[in-house]
Design a protein around this ligand. Structure first.
Ligand code: NAD
Ligand code: MG
Length: 333
């Protein structure tokens, strides 16, 4: 079993007298900055002022710094930029401003694990990664709750790295929910696998395939939408509350029997083999190379995929139906 850390395991003194720079005021950045400030820490923010997030940060009362200024001023530097831009910003603006005994921090292990950022030996390198989206890290903290965190130590120059990680996790509310220690390797590989095979990739493709099968069979697209996309949330909420057994307990016996016997025909040995191959591409670095190259050429594949989804029948029907359901809090991109 993993060792869990909670409020009573924290030595808050390890952040005393230190300045924490939050680099990037996006999904994670705004939540870390605000939570740490309200936990009584000394925080500064780096974010371009001429951006939506820059304006938001100013509304939240931050005086904005450039990345190099913030890196120079702070002893703890938490990099919360998109993963694909971190290495460039690190080389140009952070590395030249690192001082002896500084602490370099991440919320995802990608750039350290795949050697895109090669930190010097005289700093600590640690990760505090909330297992949830940034807006929840903020809203749970405001409620007096928290989102669970993973912590990892890549380099412990000070001998104090774990205490620092726990104190930081405490500052963003993570120790209220629980903190688990991992490694940069485990966090990076499991995070990539989960999002590719199950969460973002697998679940979306299952919805697309189910929708298309129903429409091709002549059923109304609106019914297909409700059946495979809208209702998926209700099922996942049952997983979340009580696991697979509680979902099966709540649905009809017909649904339970049909699911048990038909599900494995859809996610079958071919799918499991595909999962193992996806895992292998993550572990051997070929996914990382592909994604970094995609970014060097301005994301042509990603842009095509977004267009394809935006104009698809599933998305077009969904946009129309969601407009009639204000209670789902519809969003458009
Ligand atoms: P984001 O895209 O929401 O925010 C990034 C911020 O960086 C934005 O404010 C953007 O304006 C700024 N930025 C972008 N390019 C820049 C550049 N070249 N120079 C300076 N600033 C720039 O990012 P995010 O989703 O919060 O992700 C940050 C880190 O947190 C990543 O390592 C990610 O893997 C990790 N993480 C994210 C989540 C999540 O819920 N989104 C969850 C866990 C971990
Ligand atoms: Mg993730």
């Amino acid at each position: 079993m993993a060792t869990m850390y909670y409020e009573s395991d924290v030595d808050k003194s390890s952040l005393e007298g230190k300045t924490i720079a939050i680099i990037g005021y996006g999904s994670q950045g705004h939540a870390h900055a605000l939570n740490l400030r309200e936990s009584g820490h000394n925080v500064i923010v780096a974010q371009r002022p001429d951006s939506a997030n820059g304006r938001l940060a100013q509304e939240h009362g931050w005086q904005l710094h450039s990345v190099s200024e913030a890196a120079a001023k702070a002893q703890i530097i938490q990099i919360l930029l998109p993963d694909q831009v971190q290495a460039k910003v690190y080389k140009e603006d952070i590395a030249p401003n690192l001082q002896d005994n500084d602490v370099l921090m991440f919320a995802h292990g990608f750039n350290i694990h795949f050697n895109q950022i090669l930190p010097p030996k005289n700093v600590d390198v640690i990760m505090v990664a909330p297992k949830g989206p940034g807006h929840l890290v903020r809203s749970e903290y405001e409620k007096g709750a928290g989102v669970a965190n993973l912590i990892a130590i890549y380099q412990d120059h000070s001998g104090n790295a774990k205490k620092l990680a726990l104190a930081y996790a405490h500052g963003i509310g993570g120790t209220r929910a629980g903190v688990i220690e991992t490694t940069f390797k485990e966090e990076t590989e499991t995070d990539l696998f989960g999002e590719q095979a199950v969460l973002c990739g697998g679940a979306s493709e299952l919805v697309r395939a189910g929708f298309q099968t129903m429409v091709d069979a002549g059923y109304q697209p609106e019914i297909a939408y409700f059946e495979v996309l809208h209702e998926l949330k209700l099922i996942v909420d049952l997983f979340y509350q009580g696991g697979l057994s509680y979902m099966n307990y709540s649905v009809s016996d017909t649904a339970e029997y049909g699911g048990h016997t038909r599900g494995p025909r859809v996610v079958n040995e071919t799918s499991r083999q595909a999962m193992r191959e996806i895992m292998e591409e993550i572990q051997n670095g070929s996914f990382a190379r592909e994604w970094l190259c995609e970014n060097l050429v301005n994301q042509p594949v990603l842009r095509k995929m977004r267009e394809r989804d935006h104009d698809s029948q599933l998305e077009t029907v969904g946009r129309k139906l969601r407009k009639m359901m204000p209670f789902v809090n519809p969003k458009e991109v």
